[in-house]
Design a binder for this molecule. Structure first.
Ligand SMILES: Nc1ncnc2c1ncn2[C@@H]1O[C@H](COP(=O)(O)OP(=O)(O)OP(=O)(O)O)[C@@H](O)[C@H]1O
Length: 343
């Protein structure tokens, strides 16, 4: 949301970058955007000749007030980034499948952090993601509570579909729509009312292809994308177009995409990322990991420096497997064996 501090601390150019729709408002109120762009709005209005201000009936404080109220109405109307104020989520303990209380105290996760969730099959990893998506308030089977910025999620955030706090990337990416990749991204960009639609489409398309093993075109029908390609498209789309600050990922290991680039892309956009995984490489790419057993959070572990150093070795091993996979796919034999890069 916009407020007086934001107007005081940002140049007009920066405000315009963040809220492109205020351009018309400023022009209508006789602000010369070129001239004002390197100044704060207050400074620009101060520099204006008082006679001109009077002649044009501009009262600086009133203008700033109406800009704030106009911007906030537009943010509401467009369903934009009211969640941008989310800087953390906090998990409070509940109970496991045997109704024994969890003992992790509380866990705060901040923007730009990646948390992996590990545990045996059926242990409750997806349940934890669902608790977060639902904004659990002691009312799910685990009885956990999820706080946003230290407060329980309000009813509106929990139940309104337009203002999603959480983007969910699930294992199941079956598309039923008969659209090309370009039409699909365009549809999403239109629904978010982005200004620079063409640029956004190109950016998502480019990023998705960087993540996907096999290239696809803007004209490719989304129904004929491979599992990995559709995953890559959804990740790029979520990172770039979704205003949801929290991204939940249920298993990306088998999708055949560049996992490191995918996580870098999401974290670069300052998301809170939680992912359920069985893959040690992904788990070590995070900042912390949550260990689930019998439906409860058993432990929360920091990723140690020593583990991070193992990550490089695991990546070297993974390169070998990926290379073998590519050879297999393209009908080559594997007789040459392999060498593991020294790290
Ligand atoms: N604390 C709990 N209390 C009661 N039921 C629970 C609890 N935690 C998980 N469950 C239930 O246990 C079942 C298995 O959990 P879940 O699907 O989350 O496992 P998972 O770790 O994601 O498994 P997989 O690795 O196979 O995807 C689900 O029906 C879930 O609702």
């Amino acid at each position: 949301m916009m407020d007086k501090n934001m107007i005081k601390n940002n140049k007009v150019g920066e405000l315009l970058e963040r809220y492109p729709f205020i351009e018309e408002f400023l022009k209508d109120h006789l602000v010369d955007i070129q001239e004002a762009s390197d100044l704060t709005l207050g400074a620009y209005l101060n520099l204006m000749d008082p006679e001109v201000l009077e002649e044009k009936a501009i009262i600086p404080d009133d203008l700033i007030e109406s800009l704030i109220s106009y911007t906030n109405q537009m943010i509401d109307f467009l369903g934009l980034e009211e969640e941008s104020g989310v800087h953390s989520i906090t998990l409070l303990p509940g109970i496991n499948k045997h109704k024994v209380g969890e003992t992790f105290g509380e866990l705060q996760i901040n923007r730009g952090e990646i948390i992996s969730i590990v545990g045996p099959t059926g242990s409750g990893k997806s349940r934890l993601l669902a608790d977060i998506e639902w904004g659990a308030n002691g009312d799910t089977p685990t009885k956990r509570t999820v706080l946003v910025n230290g407060e329980p999620m309000d009813i509106e955030s929990r139940f309104s579909s337009g203002r999603k706090l959480v983007a969910q990337l699930s294992q199941n990416m079956n598309f039923v729509m008969d659209l090309s990749v370009e039409e699909f991204i365009e549809l999403h960009a239109k629904s978010r009312l982005v200004e620079n639609e063409g640029e956004v489409i190109q950016k998502i398309f480019k990023k998705a292809n960087e993540l996907a093993g096999e290239q696809f075109e803007l004209t490719t029908p989304i129904t004929s994308l491979s599992g990995g390609q559709s995953r890559a498209l959804m990740i790029a789309d979520t990172a770039i177009l979704s205003t949801s600050p929290i991204v939940l990922i249920d298993e990306i290991e088998n999708a055949g995409i560049d996992r490191k680039k995918a996580l870098d892309l999401l974290v670069g956009e300052e998301k809170i990322v939680l992912m359920a995984t069985h893959d040690p490489i992904l788990a070590l790419m995070g900042d912390k990991r949550i260990i689930i057993s019998n439906g409860g959070i058993d432990k929360v572990m920091d990723i140690t420096e020593k583990e991070k150093s193992i990550l490089h070795k695991l990546e070297a091993l993974d390169d070998v497997i990926q290379d073998m996979r590519t050879k297999l796919r393209y009908g080559k034999d594997l007789e040459a064996g392999f060498e593991i890069k020294k790290v």
